[in-house]
Design a protein around this ligand. Structure first.
Ligand code: GLP
Length: 237
């Protein structure tokens, strides 16, 4: 695992995405939502608008996770979020952005795994980390070999994500998430974390034992994982 402590995480993450797409215009990007990757997404959009980025016409995207129970088109669905924050601005057609289907949560997992396989798998998976070490929506206790499936959120994660909603009561209880086994199949994992609130989870993920009690510790099992941290997020290493 490569750990980079830098105040230029957004630029470094954007460099990694652009280098991949320049080398492989048909690359498959795995995209996380949440606040951690946002500065990197803004940097990609800024470069695209400035005319210095690559063409994203041939790129395909796969979302890491999605809420179950929000009406289609709700601004806090991860699908709408990623359109708004990244893919529309990069000119990636919406039908090239795949996500697990919350309308059919029972079958969505296996179908999503099949779509991922048919696309050849994810080349670069962007990840954040939850304050409890969750990856995607794989909460502590998730099987290290898990596939895309429906999960129930912990109260802590619902509270953490309440800032995107009017109140915690509006945060869905169920989600679909790529499993830890799914995430590990991506060819390059790029985890971005910033702020002291992530320091403990980052330390457990990077230096603790590989354990379901810290789902992000699976990065230690991956042959090509990069962790981009600012100083506060690295403060417990
Ligand atoms: C959510 C998402 C994760 C994300 C995590 C951290 O629960 N499902 O993919 O990594 O929160 O979010 P943030 O980056 O906003 O701290």
């Amino acid at each position: 695992m490569e750990v980079v402590i830098s105040d230029r995480s957004a630029a470094l993450a954007a460099d990694a995405v652009e280098a991949l797409v320049r080398g492989n215009p048909g690359a498959v990007l795995g995209l996380a939502t949440g606040s951690s990757p946002l500065p990197a997404y803004r940097e990609l959009v800024r470069r695209h608008d400035a005319g210095t980025g690559p063409s994203y016409d041939g790129v395909r995207c796969f979302l890491l996770d999605e809420y179950v129970g929000l009406p289609p088109g709700h601004p806090q669905t991860y699908r709408e979020t990623i359109f708004r924050e990244l893919t529309d601005a990069l000119g990636i057609a919406r039908d090239r952005v795949a996500s697990p289907d919350p309308a059919d949560p029972e079958h969505a997992g296996p179908r999503y795994e099949e779509t991922l396989r048919a696309a050849g798998g994810v080349d670069l998976q962007v990840l954040g980390i939850g304050g409890d070490g969750h990856l995607g929506f794989n909460e502590p206790g998730s099987s290290l070999a898990s596939a895309t499936r429906i999960k129930t959120l912990t109260e802590r994660t619902r509270r953490d994500n309440a800032r995107f909603f009017g109140s915690v009561d509006e945060v869905p209880r169920h989600v679909l998430t790529q499993g830890l086994g799914t995430i590990l199949r991506a060819r390059h994992l790029l985890l971005i974390a910033s702020g002291a609130a992530k320091a403990e989870a980052v330390a457990a993920a990077v230096e603790g034992p590989v354990s379901a009690s810290c789902p992000a510790s699976v990065l230690q099992l991956h042959p090509h994982a990069t962790v981009l941290l600012d100083d506060p997020a690295a403060s417990r290493l």
